[in-house]
Ligand binder design. Sequence first.
Ligand SMILES: *[C@@H]1O[C@H](CO)[C@@H](O)[C@H](O)[C@H]1NC(C)=O
Ligand SMILES: *[C@@H]1O[C@H](CO)[C@@H](O)[C@H](O)[C@H]1NC(C)=O
Ligand SMILES: *[C@@H]1O[C@H](CO)[C@@H](O)[C@H](O)[C@H]1NC(C)=O
Ligand SMILES: *[C@@H]1O[C@H](CO)[C@@H](O)[C@H](O)[C@H]1NC(C)=O
Ligand SMILES: *[C@@H]1O[C@H](CO)[C@@H](O)[C@H](O)[C@H]1NC(C)=O
Ligand SMILES: [Ca+2]
Length: 527
Amino acid sequence: MLYLAALLVHCVPLAMAQYDICKSWVTTDDGPSWEFYACQPKAMRMKDYVTVRVDPAGITCGDPPERFCTHENPYLCSDECDASNPDLAHPPKLMFDSEDEGLATYWQSVTWRRYPEPLLANITLSWNKSIELTDDIVITFEYGRPTIMMLEKSLDNGRTWHPYQYYADDCMEAFSMPARRVRDLSTTSANRVLCTEEYSRWAGSKKEKTVRFEVRDRFAIFAGPDLKNMDNLYTRLESAKGLKDFFTVTDLRMRLLRPALGGTYVQRENLYKYFYAVSNIEVTGRCKCNLHANLCTFKEGSLQCECEHNTTGQDCGKCKKNFRSRSWRAGSYLPLPNGSPNACAAAGSAFGNCECYGHSNRCSYIDFLNVVTCVSCKHNTRGQHCQHCRLGFYRNSSAELDDENVCIECNCNQIGSMHDRCNETGYCECREGATGPKCDDCLPNYYWRQGCFPNVCDDELLLCQNGGTCYQNQRCICPVGFKGVLCQQSRCEADKQDCDGARGARGSPAALALAVLALQLPGWVDL
Ligand SMILES: *[C@@H]1O[C@H](CO)[C@@H](O)[C@H](O)[C@H]1NC(C)=O
Ligand SMILES: *[C@@H]1O[C@H](CO)[C@@H](O)[C@H](O)[C@H]1NC(C)=O
Ligand SMILES: *[C@@H]1O[C@H](CO)[C@@H](O)[C@H](O)[C@H]1NC(C)=O
Ligand SMILES: *[C@@H]1O[C@H](CO)[C@@H](O)[C@H](O)[C@H]1NC(C)=O
Ligand SMILES: *[C@@H]1O[C@H](CO)[C@@H](O)[C@H](O)[C@H]1NC(C)=O
Ligand SMILES: [Ca+2]
């Protein structure tokens, strides 16, 4: 037993015997029953479950076969990479095998023969599952560590990426960032993304081979140098915003931006000694199960939490069917030492049979109607079971009734629509002349100006006459001497005096000013 415990501690350094059971059968004064606790799976070697992708195409050496040299022995270029020969090939999977035989096996890139074009490579690791890191990420480079590289992470299976750490022999030059060390971070900056120079300087290719993402040093900010005070870390993980997510990933990407240079500048006459070679990528972490599972298994090509507490989903991120009488919640590390399970509750366990689809965690009995109804439905729902959408929202047809996104705002145009309600497909009810799902367009022969108005003039039926021009379908700008909505009326015919006046004033500054005014004032049709 002692031996086993020692072994476990050795393999998974942070798997303290805490939060490792989800329930236990206890006997109390009222008889035996289950007691439930917050629980999480053990930390595992995550490289065993990863899928890897190396970009760009053709970056892996050996196709065609190529000779390479090393910094130690730059003129003895006897090594060869040949993808078609298993003994000389360096495929990506060699970053994840076990190095039992003592001889390192490694993925290797092509050499920098295209210098000065940069030698870039991306190594992307995907788990298709959210994972909480529990120990350092350790990347081992044979033949020298890159002089510039970057670590990125994704939390959404590779849809979006965020910088995780920058590495360079000169952070200012490479990334315009000051060099910092994780050891110097404080409680308020434990989740800062920084640039470090600790892993990029030349120290001989055999001596310092690893590049780290320091999870332990960040944990130590809260748990002390030997991680003895894990309680404090767990308390912080619950309370400090974004801290838990900082250590959570679904994917990692190493962006290799410049290879080892052997401690000097690039020597153009021998570019065969510049390349990347990675023998191991160690990622230690546990499945993120929202503290609702203590087991995580590899099924159908992906890791899956074995959910307890009547939760379900890959991360135990929702309540099981018929257990949705209150909204789903993650378990909590607090209060110490056993945490809170925040289990999902069976429909009907509170009052009668009151399902609220997870939009409310309170039911109330209405005496004079003799019904039990959900109270304060969230997520823009309403109704006895929070099964309808609030006014001004409509049902999202691609979401289940218990989805947070079940109701979508109608977003009716305030001016173009009659009110802010819409039908089941999101169409608003439009005022005269307006159209479009949200009533923010005008029908043909209408123009938009704080609502839709019928055209006064256009290029087809409502032509401005006598050389007048149609201004934005709103009015005709008539030449001097004509008036009327469509300039159809001659001033001379209409009024002899007006006609004389117009002639007399033609070309005078006053007439020009009036014409300019007419152009500027909307609605001024008749001059
Ligand atoms: C590496 O990935 C980044 C995005 O994370 C992308 O912008 C870049 O083009 C990729 N580089 C290569 C060589 O594929
Ligand atoms: C990712 O995991 C989900 C849930 O287990 C599964 O349905 C899906 O097929 C997986 N996708 C890939 C690409 O493996
Ligand atoms: C989950 O549901 C089962 C079946 O109703 C029940 O026996 C069990 O106690 C529930 N577990 C929790 C944590 O509520
Ligand atoms: C509808 O629900 C789906 C599933 O949750 C969600 O991905 C989508 O964003 C929702 N649509 C809108 C417009 O909110
Ligand atoms: C909603 O209104 C639009 C436009 O009037 C119509 O095409 C659609 O069929 C309506 N949808 C429903 C479910 O009534
Ligand atoms: Ca290896």
